[in-house]
Design a protein around this ligand. Structure first.
Ligand code: MRU
Length: 371
């Protein structure tokens, strides 16, 4: 996507050929700050502290974290220790585990002396695959927005509600939930986005609003509790969100508050779509509410908010009484029954075991044939 009119990805290898460039998202929307990662610990810190975040981007950064980790020691033990350290940075997004499994699978059979060069190749491929996947998700999701536009007789605008940031900043490029929106906007459909602010970290207000603005997509930031009211008054044509982990039967973990939006959408007959790349599917799990690990984060994300003063200084202030207890679950699970459809790089399907298997038949369990 473009920043100040120039194409940019969220992740790149620097001109030295080995260190890894990222956008430090903790400074957005007030400043575009880039960082150079040079060690495994810096890569792990970037994920843990959410300098980079969003399920697909976490996976791609972890892949490059393996490259950085192996530069000094590419032994079997170092490979295992590197992957274990990165795996522990954030628990909910399964793309992290997927990327580390990919790196391990590729590197383990090789001699240590070959591993670093091949690690960079595989990490680059993971990043490039993410871009291609997200572009394809956009092409499939565009059809859903185009249909809504036709239903409205190409009058007014298509109002899309999204939660958190599942855009360009959450991936290497394009985004998942926002990719169809960018493609609809670029193809001339009048699309407008309701952007949930997404407390406690405000990824909607600070990141989604920023990147939609960079691309010129009309949008309005709303407080998290406004979506239901807008839906009751016919002001939301469809919802599209991303996901950090989708189970084999189509249950969807995403940023805390997604479930309440899905409930409101169901009650109001508003289609609720979830956009996801296939590395976000956890084929080993069925019941998302029971089995997806939900990250609990520092309570200060709830007690405090930060923002920019008119002077330009960015400050953090407390909004809760000293002594009030807080809870901070980072994600919730939306059961498949509330999801109208899943939008993947292979097409749109029902949020169900059969729906997913229709697009990913290679995942169908092989039946034993009796003789
Ligand atoms: O805690 P975050 O900011 O990493 O959470 C991100 C989300 O919940 C996104 O919706 C999800 O990762 C999908 S990103 C394409």
């Amino acid at each position: 996507m473009k920043v100040h009119g120039k194409p940019m990805r969220t992740l790149w290898v620097e001109a030295d050929g080995w260190s890894v460039g990222i956008i430090d998202q903790t400074h957005l929307p007030h400043a575009l700050v880039t960082l150079r990662l040079t060690t495994l610990d810096e890569a792990a810190h970037a994920i843990r502290s959410m300098q980079v975040r969003g399920a697909p981007l976490i996976g791609a950064v972890a892949a490059y974290g393996v490259c950085l980790g192996l530069r000094g020691d590419a032994s079997d033990g170092a490979l295992e220790r590197t992957c274990a350290l990165l795996q522990e940075t954030r628990p909910t997004a399964v793309n992290l585990r997927w990327a580390l499994d990919e790196m391990r699978r590729t590197l383990r059979p090789l001699a240590p002396g070959q591993r670093v060069a091949v690690a960079y190749q595989r990490a680059a491929a993971i990043a490039d695959e993410d871009v291609a996947i997200n572009r394809a998700i956009g092409a499939h999701g565009l059809g859903l927005i185009a249909s809504a536009w036709e239903r409205k007789g190409r009058q007014g605008r298509v109002n899309v509600l999204t939660h958190c940031n599942a855009g360009w900043l959450a991936t290497v490029d394009w985004g998942t939930a926002l990719s169809p929106i960018y493609q609809a906007h670029d193809s001339g459909i009048a699309v407008h986005v309701w952007v949930d602010e997404t407390r406690p970290r405000n990824q909607g207000a600070s990141l989604t609003a920023w990147e939609l603005g960079q691309h010129g997509v009309p949008h309005t930031v709303i407080v998290d509790n406004m979506g239901g009211h807008l839906m009751q008054h016919g002001q939301v044509d469809l919802c599209i969100v991303g996901t950090d982990r989708t189970t084999a039967r189509g249950d969807v973990a995403n940023k805390i508050g997604t479930y309440l939006k899905a409930l409101a959408a169901k009650d109001n007959g508003v289609p609720f779509y979830v956009a996801l790349p296939s590395p976000t599917i956890d084929w080993t799990l069925e019941d998302g509410v029971r089995d997806i690990p939900i990250e609990q984060r520092d309570g200060r994300e709830v007690t405090d908010v930060s923002g920019r003063l008119p002077s330009g200084e960015v400050v953090t202030v407390r909004v809760t009484p000293e002594g009030s207890a807080v809870a901070n679950y980072g994600f919730d699970v939306t059961p498949a029954r509330l999801v109208t459809a899943l939008v993947t790089e292979r097409g749109v399907c029902a949020a169900s075991t059969e729906g997913l298997l229709s697009l990913f038949p290679e995942r169908r369990p092989v039946r034993e044939t009796g003789t």
